[in-house]
Design a binder for this molecule. Structure first.
Ligand code: HEM
Length: 413
């Protein structure tokens, strides 16, 4: 019990399957019932609605995330990644967490909403930081276990939320005035509003836009920062990855077509998602009583499902403490039972942005590593901050070694 709230901690793959794949209709997101947690910030976006409303809205927005559509974003992703890399100076230290936040925010606002303003992106990044840093305080269950935040943090959160709201409503307004289909997600939402009266309120569009921007960059930025950290701590893995990139790309910018030739790149990112899952826990609340493992569990119970824990079970993974991309090798890798690995969730509410994130993280990492081999800066403190996502608490200061290091790294193996 947490206070008067019955809570169930579920840490086995079969439990993950039970809640997410086999019985999703008996469970809702706790925040949608209590109005707490992410619901406070994201309102009625796809992440924070349930039942029939969720099924209807997911059907409406799904086409924007089909693979062929997402694939068409590849050149924007690599172009922006190159611009970021061009802005760096060899031999300096950058905070990789905020660099990746800026880059992934730029990509999401450009690809999904056709917005490209450097100043606006920086401002939005700061606003999201302020809002997300105060996230757990308001979460339905976890917030009660964590210390309260100060009045100053609360003011910063409110100011952050205001900046984000102004951006989103401004975007909708601007697009309405243009009255033109630009083929992006926002056009699709506005068209649905026009063609299917009652399907989409203005507030609903606002909440979708906000959700896509928030969910679409926060998790990807963490993936990239953690993956670069892991590579800097595992020179053998890094050397093998750099060798693959050199063989296939030989210094040129990666394209969509190249990705099929880069299986180790994919394995490194899959392993990073196992090791440091950006979404480290999910929660579900029972609508009706249910039976699990012979126990009768009452309606209203909140189940916490944790990627962080399940991705580290030694009877499943053998050596979970080792960062070992080889376990993802298609021929010689491990057999992984369904429910043991779920960085994007599972079942009907699996992350709608998964194809986007898979494409983006591979292209960005490959583009960056063509030019730089980032090393953790001396004296950097790397500490987890498990908020809505798993963030590095003090950022990720990294020294930008150039590709000469590549030769040395390869020789070191
Ligand atoms: C590494 C990147 C990402 C990770 C690890 C991730 C993880 C997740 C997880 C675990 C869920 C399920 C949450 C739950 O059911 O409780 C989810 C849902 C969702 N994600 Fe992602 N995500 C990522 C990238 C993205 C991107 C790029 C977008 C949008 C462009 C996005 C949009 C969403 C949305 C809208 C949902 C709600 C889907 C629904 O309930 O129907 N995510 N994500």
């Amino acid at each position: 019990m947490v206070g008067k709230q019955p809570v169930l901690l579920c840490f086995r793959p079969e439990h993950i399957r039970y809640f997410l794949v086999e019985n999703p209709r008996n469970f809702i997101k706790p925040g949608t019932a209590t109005g707490a947690g992410l619901k406070l910030f994201l309102g009625d976006g796809l992440l924070t609605i349930d039942g029939e409303q969720h099924r209807q809205q997911r059907r409406l927005v799904q086409p924007a995330f089909h693979k062929h559509r997402v694939d068409s974003y590849a050149t924007t992703m690599t172009r922006y990644a190159q611009e970021t890399v061009d802005s760096w100076q060899p031999g300096t230290v950058v905070n990789m967490a905020s660099e990746m936040q800026y880059l992934t925010l730029r990509i999401i606002t450009k690809t999904l909403f056709d917005v490209d303003s450097i100043e606006q992106t920086r401002q939005l990044g700061r606003a999201f930081d302020a809002v997300i840093s105060s996230g757990p305080q308001r979460s339905a269950v976890m917030g009660r276990l964590l210390p309260s935040f100060s009045a100053r943090q609360e003011r910063e959160r409110e100011e952050g939320a205001r900046v984000i709201d102004t951006f989103v409503y401004g975007l909708i307004e601007q697009r309405r005035k243009m009255n033109q289909d630009t083929g992006d997600v926002l056009s699709m939402l506005l068209a649905a509003q026009k063609n299917e009266p009652g399907s989409m309120s203005d507030k609903q569009i606002h909440d979708h836009v906000l959700t896509f921007v928030a969910a679409g960059h926060e998790t990807a930025q963490n993936t990239l920062a953690w993956t670069m950290y892991l590579l800097s701590q595992h020179p053998h893995v890094r050397a093998r990855l750099l060798a693959e990139l050199q063989t296939v790309l030989n210094g040129r910018v990666p394209t969509l077509e190249d990705l099929a030739q880069l299986p180790y790149l994919e394995a490194v990112i899959n392993e990073a998602w196992r090791f440091y899952p950006p979404a480290w826990r999910q929660a579900r609340m029972a609508i009706e009583d249910f039976e699990l493992d012979g126990y009768h569990i009452p309606a209203g119970t909140i189940a916490i499902l944790s990627q962080w824990v399940v991705h580290n079970l030694s009877d499943i993974w053998g050596d979970p403490e080792n960062f070992r991309p080889e376990r993802w090798d298609r021929q010689s890798g491990q057999q992984i039972p369904q429910g043991a690995y779920f960085p994007f969730g599972l079942g009907p509410r699996i992350c709608i942005g998964m194809p986007f994130a898979q494409l983006e993280t591979k292209l960005l990492l490959a583009t960056i590593l063509q030019r730089y081999v980032p090393q953790l800066a001396p004296g950097a403190r790397v500490v987890f901050q498990p908020l809505v996502t798993l963030r590095p608490r003090y950022g990720m200061p990294m020294h930008l070694d150039t590709n000469d290091t590549l030769t040395r790294a390869l020789q070191a193996v």
